[in-house]
Design a protein around this ligand. Structure first.
Ligand code: ARG
Ligand code: ZN
Length: 454
């Protein structure tokens, strides 16, 4: 069998695998996170049966993954870090497995044929350890004083379930999460069941539309639950830590208005459910647009809810092909906040732009190019968020409001449930506006330093 000796091997091992037709690559070859995701197959569905005890912090899981081989496979990988694997089965038969770093390397009894659909079952458990991101932030299964805050961007999914952990590969999900009665377990999509027995409660959730692994959650705590259906028919499920309830109430009350407003701007809401998870997780330091139901580490303000809700279109429904393009998520969600303010009696997006543009050339805002942040440590920095939003304001100025808002809607519509790249966004913008936008995007997306006055 081939040894994985380092990240630089991924291209080479892909080439070797192609020759041998037998080993799926250990990563999707993302320049920033080379081992995230795996080669040789695509996933269709994850069925996650989880039990968590907040007192001992122990997680037990049975994951069943349905996938389709895109090449002949004698061996393939899933991403999983920490935890103990008890058994692996492929199509019901015990399979051999080994672990190297974040790779769970599986060798089924019988090699898989190209095009074959197969089912992998992994039973595992232990005390999950969150992943530390290149920028030092915690990611994945982050235990709290009353449960766990679970958010996996960019690579934390592997801390709590085995997956093809790259946004290129999206799948539907089913969750059954068992916790001591009194705790609430909140995942993505629609709540399908809730049953208590013998002091334990099991929550069933179903996420039907395709989802990237990093957007999965199974956040657990002692939550107050609010449920209602918006006038436009979207079921909302909010879970709120009582310690955050008063501070969170004003922003949560805006959820239906935000959904309606964003639907008008971006096109139909992509998912069958919505809501919010407001946790009390003071050490986390961020919110995440977990699909259908963003998770907040504390009571959010309205701007943050506007931002995470905008990600449902830009980031969740339209996914990244490469982490380098993260501005397609963060620049758009930040621009949504600017638009919300502009259309709700606050400063205009242009005024926001001008305020940022006034920053000196030495500001960290100009430290690196928006669409080429350089390393995984920079993906959540201001040149991605703020300068990303500034790029959209520049585009708006160049093409005019009518074309600009058509571009926003078409981007969400034409890549719905799929993927996008910066190059595709530029092509779409030029097609809609009939303008050569090469120089504008080159300056704003691919050049470091403060752009010359437009
Ligand atoms: N995408 C999140 C947002 O809406 C930020 C996630 C930050 N994640 C992290 N590991 N630091 O802005
Ligand atoms: Zn964001």
């Amino acid at each position: 069998m081939l040894a994985i000796t380092g990240v630089t091997l991924s291209t080479e091992s892909t080439a070797v695998a192609a020759v041998l037709g037998e080993r799926g690559a250990p990563g999707q070859g993302d320049p920033y996170f080379p081992l995230s995701g795996n080669g040789g197959y695509t996933t269709r569905h994850y069925d996650l049966d989880l039990a968590y005890d907040p007192a001992t912090r122990r997680l037990d899981g049975d994951a069943e993954i349905t996938a389709r081989a895109s090449q002949g496979l004698k061996t393939f990988d899933l991403d999983l870090s920490g935890l103990t694997v008890h058994a692996v089965r492929v199509d019901g038969r015990t399979a051999r497995w080994t672990r190297t770093g974040q790779e769970l390397v599986i060798t089924p009894r019988k090699a898989l044929r190209r095009g074959e659909t197969f089912r992998v079952e992994v039973s595992y458990g232990g005390v999950p350890e969150n992943v530390t991101d290149p920028d030092g932030s915690p990611d994945g299964w982050i235990s709290t004083d009353d449960g766990a805050f679970v958010a996996g961007e960019p690579q934390g999914a592997m801390s709590w379930f085995p997956s093809d952990s790259h946004p290129k590969d999206k799948a539907s999900y089913t969750f059954r999460i068992t916790v001591p009665t009194g705790y609430t377990a909140v995942a993505n999509g629609v709540l399908t069941s809730q049953r208590s027995k013998g002091g334990r409660t099991t929550f069933g959730w179903h996420q039907a539309e395709p989802m990237a692994a990093y957007l999965a959650t199974a956040t657990i705590g002692k939550f107050d639950v609010q449920r209602y259906t918006t006038a436009s028919g979207i079921p909302v499920y909010n879970a709120v830590d009582p310690r955050e309830a008063t501070a969170a109430a004003p922003a949560l009350a805006q959820i239906p208005a935000i959904l309606d407003w964003e639907t008008k701007l971006f096109g139909p809401y992509p998912f069958a459910a919505a809501g919010a998870i407001v946790d009390h997780a003071p050490d986390v330091g961020y919110a995440l647009e977990t699909q259908t139901r963003p998770v907040y580490d504390r009571a959010p303000d309205v701007g943050t809810v506007v931002h995470e809700t905008a990600h449902q279109w830009y980031g969740d429904s339209v996914s990244l092909t490469s982490w380098q393009d993260i501005w397609l998520n963060e620049g758009f969600a930040t621009y949504a906040e600017w638009l919300w303010d502009e259309q709700h009696g606050e400063q205009s997006a242009q005024a926001r732009f001008d305020g940022y543009y006034a920053r000196p050339a030495t500001s960290s805002l100009w430290a690196f190019p928006t669409a080429d942040p350089g390393t995984g440590a920079n993906i959540f920095a201001s040149p991605v968020y703020t300068r990303g939003a500034m790029t959209l304001q520049e585009l708006r100025t160049a093409v005019g409001d009518a074309h600009f808002f058509t571009i926003l809607k078409s981007w969400a519509g034409s890549h719905r449930y799929g993927h996008g790249t910066t190059a595709e966004f530029i092509t779409l913008s030029e097609k809609v506006s009939g303008k050569d936008l090469g120089p504008l995007f080159h300056t704003w997306l691919y050049t470091a330093g403060k752009p010359a006055q437009p």
